[in-house]
Every structure is written in C-alpha cells, then in structure tokens.
Design a protein around this ligand. Structure first.
Ligand SMILES: [Zn+2]
Ligand SMILES: [Zn+2]
Length: 444
C-alpha cells in the first residue's frame, strides 16, 4: 500500500498523468476496476493524506496537492489548494503518456461503428497501432520507477474501444479468427477495417469439354484486349472459376475472390463423378450469412449445364492449404485408340503390368514451354479395361497418384514416360477423350 502510493506520487511529480494512465501502471492489481477508477482512487488517497499533512503544517502537503492539481484536472485537489493556500494552479498539462487520447475512446469507437455498419460480422477484434515514442515513454517510465504491475496503453485502448463496440453491436471479441479486425491509430484518429475472407468449399463437375478451370488470360495482350482474343482479354469465353466465382461475389457482396482447387483437368477433359474439391475465398465480404443451398442452385442455373457444384459448405484457410498441398489420388477414364488391333490377351497383360506400377515421368513435351523439366515418380494404383469399342479402341479406367500425367501414360511421350500403355502394347496409343471421374479426398 505504502509503496503503491509512494511510487504513484513519484511518477506524478515527474510527469503529468491522467487517471487512466496512472491507474494502468497498477493495472494488474485488483479486478473489476477500470484503470481510470484505479488512478482516481490512488489520487484520492494521495489527496486525503496531503490534506492531513497540510493541516498539521507540513509543507509537503501543499506540494503534493500542487502536483495532483496539475495532473488530469483533478478538481478536489484544486479546491483544497484554493482553500488552504488561496492559490489555484493553471489548468493541468496534457497527459505525458496518452496526450489525451484516452479521453477520445468514445469518439474512436463511434467512428469504428460507422465503418462496421456496412459489414455483416459475428465477431471482431480491435488492433491498435501506436507511434513508437508512446511505447518507449511508457517503458522508460516503468523502468525509472520500478513499476512492475502495469498494463500497456495499447492493451487499454483496444480493450476500451472493444468494450464500446461490443455494447453497441452485441458481438463478441474473437482473438483467433475474427471476422473483422478494426485497426485503430488513435493518435492520428485513422481507422481501417481488415475484413477477413469467407471460405466456401464444395465440389465442381465440368460437364463439357473446351473450358479451362481458370480464366486464361490472353498472352498477346495480357488481358487488355486485342484482335487475337477478340477484345475479350482471355482466350476462352468462360472458365470453371468464373462460373462459380461470379454468383458467389454477388451473394457475399465481396470485392474480389480467389479460386483454389485440388488440382486441375485439361481444357479438353471433363470432370465427372462426385466432382473436384475446391474452395472459394471471397475477399472483403459485406455479407457472411448466405443460404448456401440457394447459392448452389443459382450457380448451377447460371452455368447452364457447363459446370455444376454440390455440397457447398463454409470452410477455412486450413482447408485451402490442404487441398492445394495434398496430392489426392485421381480416377480417370480414357477412350484410347491403338494404331493396330489389340487382342484381349494383350489387354489383360496390360492391366496386370500397369496395376501397381511405378511410372517414371519426365515433364510432358506439351507443357515443357512453361514447366521445368523434371523427373516424377508416380504410381498407377489400378488400371482396368472397362469397355471394348472396336478392335483398336477401348475405354480404360485408371486410378493413380495425383500429379501423374495420364495422357502421357497412354502415349509414352516418346519414351519420356515409362512404362506406358503404348510401350507395353508395342504400338502407338493415343487418348481420344479423357475424363476425370473422381478425386479421392476425404472431408470435401
Ligand atoms: Zn493518459
Ligand atoms: Zn488479347
């Protein structure tokens, strides 16, 4: 007790401190009090004991009252001084630590609430950025006076602003994954919102050939529009991601969106079966609570049979990381044409040789212009001939590691993929049609 008061008085003698900035230096002592209440209580006790001293003629009493009166407009100290000495000090100096910012907490919260009014959110966090001199002052004041039970100004500001936002919106503070972070610079008065994205996961099916997964920006004009791309800036009129993203942006009223998928199929391959897992990240959404069943229907209605989505559900960034890093096994169906007729016995031996085989695959010739040449080792889990169409045409089903290029598994890519269907059958083989029929990934 004595030491708290002594230290507080010492601090006040050296620097003008408002109630809250004084109380904050003892902020870790006592619960259920605001720092301003702590500070005011300490100043009150100092004033009472100063009054006692002054009455008994001790000059220190008046000195302490002068110190108190110049600290944060402390009215009782001023009144006592007027009574005891007939003199009143000038108005108090601005607080050394917060320079009065703590008196503007309500204003800052109001400003934040105006910005927040445009956004739907179920929780939030307040982040406070202080000029470096503020924290340096507070640190050195504590070191100077050996104050060990204090809280920082940044904490106090974010808590106090947060409290007011909480009262006005009834939304809780969330530290780990807030929907919105209110970024406050209290000294300049600037407030920005960091609106965190919404993630929606699902699976898509691509029911037609000839559209890419991602928007294919025209390489000649880099998207500005030129004769080659018919002034579209892109080489295909639409893409899987555009068909899915547009309705999502409208539903969530987002500013931008990113499409993340578990691998991709070629432009000329369909994506059938259960579809391919994807996550859409809608950036700066104004709405978060969206009826996903209705959104699913809307996407499918507008995609007019080119693309369909299913199983839309809310997700998080961890799922994005997972679907981008996990090389899920894939199942393909390929219509394959051989240069000469093949017998059932040859096909049976092909199934046997490739089921479980480890494939050495150099980067396919067709993508060498944009990918580094490197060797991949991928396994074919199972290969089955599921239909014979003619003596030279069969339909194959292949289940294999993610990242295996299946077209090259069929053609052999001039020996760059080995073993291959072509190599084992000892005749040219080429895929007439290729479809992905499953992506084996749990949880999406
Ligand atoms: Zn202050
Ligand atoms: Zn162009």
């Amino acid at each position: 007790m004595e030491s708290i008061l002594a230290k507080a008085l010492e601090a006040l003698k050296r620097y003008p401190l408002c109630d809250a900035c004084l109380g904050r230096q003892f902020g870790l002592l006592g619960y259920g009090l605001t720092n301003a209440e702590r500070g005011k209580a300490i100043k009150t006790l100092l004033a009472l004991s100063a009054h006692l001293k002054a009455k008994s003629g001790d000059p220190e009493g008046l000195e302490v009252l002068v110190v108190l009166a110049s600290n944060g407009f402390f009215r009782p100290a001023r009144l006592l001084l007027e009574k005891l000495s007939g003199e009143a000090p000038e108005r108090a100096a601005n607080c050394y630590l917060c320079e009065g910012v703590l008196t503007r907490v309500g204003e800052l919260a109001e400003k934040a609430l105006k910005l927040l009014a445009d956004y739907e959110f179920s929780n939030f966090l307040v982040g406070v950025e202080l000029p470096s001199w503020v924290e340096e002052r507070e640190d050195s004041l504590r070191a100077e006076l050996g104050l060990e039970h204090g809280e920082g100004l940044r904490n106090e500001l974010s808590r106090e602003i947060g409290k007011r936002i909480m009262e006005a919106t009834s939304k809780p503070v969330e530290f780990a994954r807030p929907d919105v972070v209110v970024l406050v610079e209290p000294f300049s008065g600037s407030i920005r919102l960091q609106v965190n994205p919404v993630f929606v996961a699902g699976r898509y099916r691509k029911l037609v050939r000839g559209i890419p997964q991602a928007k294919w920006v025209c390489t000649a004009c880099r998207g500005r529009g030129c004769p080659r791309c018919n002034w579209q800036g892109k080489l295909y009129p639409t893409s899987v991601s555009e068909l899915i993203i547009e309705p999502m942006l409208e539903a969530f009223r987002g500013e931008d969106a990113a499409f993340h998928a578990a691998g991709r199929e070629d432009v000329d391959a369909r994506m059938l079966g259960r579809g391919r897992p994807f996550v859409v990240e809608v950036k700066r959404p104004r709405k978060r609570e969206v009826n996903l069943r209705a959104l699913e229907e809307e996407i499918n209605r507008r995609a007019k049979g080119m693309v369909s989505v299913s199983g839309l559900k809310y997700a998080d960034r961890a799922l994005v990381r997972r679907i981008k890093s996990e090389e899920a096994e894939k199942v393909y169906e390929a219509l394959v044409e051989f240069e000469k007729p093949v017998s059932d016995e040859e096909l049976r031996r092909l199934e046997e040789a490739l089921s479980g085989a480890l494939i050495k695959q150099w980067t396919p010739t067709r993508v060498l212009h944009r990918r580094a040449d490197k060797l991949r080792l991928k396994r074919v889990r199972e290969l089955r001939v599921i239909e014979r169409i003619s003596p030279r045409v069969v339909r194959l089903r292949v289940r294999c590691d993610g990242g295996l290029y299946v077209k090259e598994l069929i053609t052999g890519d001039s020996g760059r993929t080995t073993p291959s269907v072509s190599e084992l059958i000892r005749t040219g083989a080429r895929p007439l049609e290729l479809d992905v029929v499953d992506v084996l990934m749990e949880g999406v």
